[in-house]
Write a protein that binds this ligand. Structure first.
Ligand code: R5P
Length: 307
C-alpha cells in the first residue's frame, strides 16, 4: 500500500505540509482557477488513481469553499482514488442546529448531507456541538473530533500565572470546564443574551471575584468578536486588567481581531484557521485521528521506502 496523497485546498498549505510530514504522506496538488464569469476550473496535477486521498480544507467563510471542495472530491473519485477523506479543522454551519424560527433552513444538516455524500470520512476540531450530542447525528460517514482543550490548558499552564478561566456564555461551559480541570485553575461562566448577529449582552449571574487572578476568556469561536469584546468590557469594568482571550477557531469577521487588540486583550487561537494569533498547534491531534480513518501503510514499510 502506498502512502496517502494529501492535497491542500487554497489557504490550507501550511497545515497540509505539517500533516504530510507527520503522516509521511505524499503532497499532491490541484490547480484551481476562476473563470471570468466566476465559475471554477479544477484540475488534478497529481494522479489520484488508486491512492488514499486526504483533502485539507478548513471551512471558515465556507460558501466560497464548499463547491470547489465538492468538485475536487467528485473528480478524485472519477479519476480512480481509492478513498477520499477530509480534514476540515473548522467545520462550518454547525451553529444553525435547529429551526429557531418557523421556515428556517437547518443548514448544519444540509452541509453534513453534502460532505457525507462526497467524502469517506471526516476529521475536525471541536465542532460547535450544542444541540447535537455528536456529529453522528447528522453525518453518515465515519468522523473523528479532535479536542483542543488539553492543548489550551497546556498553553495556559505555560503562559499564565494564577489564571481564572472564564466562559462568556453557557454554551462555552463544556470547553471551559475541561480546560479549567486540566489547567488546575478555577472557572466561572458569564451569561449571554444575543439579540442579533452583532448585538450581544454579557452579564454576571453569580459573581466570583478575580482575587488577583489573571482572567482568561475561553470560547470555541470568535466570529464578529462581540461575545469576547463585551466579556472583556465587563471584566475590565470590575477593575481588572485586560484579559487573555483564547479561542479554538478564530474566524475574525468584521476585523474583530483588531477590535479585540484595541480593547487591550491578548488573543490566542489554534491553527484550525491560519491567523497571526495562532499559538496552539492541533496538527498532531489531527494526524492521530487521520491515522484511525485513512488507509495507511504499515509504519515499517514507510521507513524502509524512505531508506
Ligand atoms: C456561540 O454559540 C459560540 O460559542 C461563540 O460564543 C460565538 O459564535 C461567538 O460569536 P461572536 O464572536 O460573533 O460573538
Amino acid at each position: 500500500m502506498s502512502a496517502p496523497l494529501i492535497i491542500a485546498m487554497p489557504g490550507n498549505e501550511a497545515m497540509t505540509q505539517a500533516l504530510a510530514r507527520t503522516l509521511h504522506a505524499d503532497l499532491g496538488s490541484i490547480e484551481l482557477h476562476a473563470f471570468p464569469d466566476g465559475e471554477t476550473y479544477l484540475r488534478f496535477l497529481s494522479d489520484p488513481a488508486g491512492r488514499a486521498l486526504i483533502f485539507v480544507c478548513t471551512l471558515d467563510r465556507p460558501n466560497d469553499k464548499i463547491l470547489s471542495l465538492l468538485f475536487a472530491a467528485a473528480a478524485a473519485r472519477e479519476l480512480g482514488a481509492a478513498t477520499v477523506g477530509l480534514v476540515s479543522p473548522y467545520l462550518a454551519y454547525m451553529r444553525q442546529d435547529r429551526r429557531f424560527k418557523p421556515g428556517e433552513a437547518v443548514t448544519s444538516r444540509e452541509v453534513a448531507r453534502l460532505l457525507s455524500g462526497a467524502f469517506d470520512w471526516l476529521v475536525t476540531v471541536d465542532p460547535h456541538l450544542h444541540r447535537y450530542g455528536s456529529l453522528a447525528e447528522i453525518y453518515r460517514i465515519p468522523t473523528r473530533v479532535v479536542h483542543a482543550a488539553p492543548l489550551i490548558s497546556q498553553w495556559i499552564r505555560t503562559h499564565v500565572s494564577n489564571p481564572l478561566i472564564i466562559g462568556p456564555d453557557s454554551e462555552s461551559e463544556q470547553w471551559v470546564s475541561a480546560v479549567s480541570k486540566d489547567a488546575g485553575a478555577p472557572y466561572t461562566i458569564f451569561e449571554k443574551a444575543r439579540r442579533g448577529d452583532r448585538d450581544v449582552e454579557i452579564s454576571v449571574k453569580k459573581h466570583r471575584g478575580l482575587d488577583g487572578r489573571t482572567p482568561v476568556l475561553v470560547d470555541d469561536i470568535i466570529s464578529s468578536g462581540r461575545t469576547m469584546i463585551e466579556a472583556v468590557r465587563l471584566i475590565m469594568a470590575q477593575g481588572a486588567g485586560a484579559p487573555i482571550c483564547v479561542a479554538v477557531h478564530g474566524l475574525f469577521a468584521d476585523n474583530s481581531d483588531t477590535s479585540l487588540a484595541q480593547a487591550g486583550a491578548r488573543v490566542v487561537t489554534s491553527n484550525s484557521i491560519s491567523h497571526a494569533t495562532n499559538g496552539i498547534d492541533v496538527t498532531e491531534l489531527l494526524a492521530s485521528s487521520v491515522r484511525e480513518l485513512a488507509p495507511m501503510p504499515a509504519r515499517d514499510s514507510i521507513l524502509n521506502d524512505s531508506g
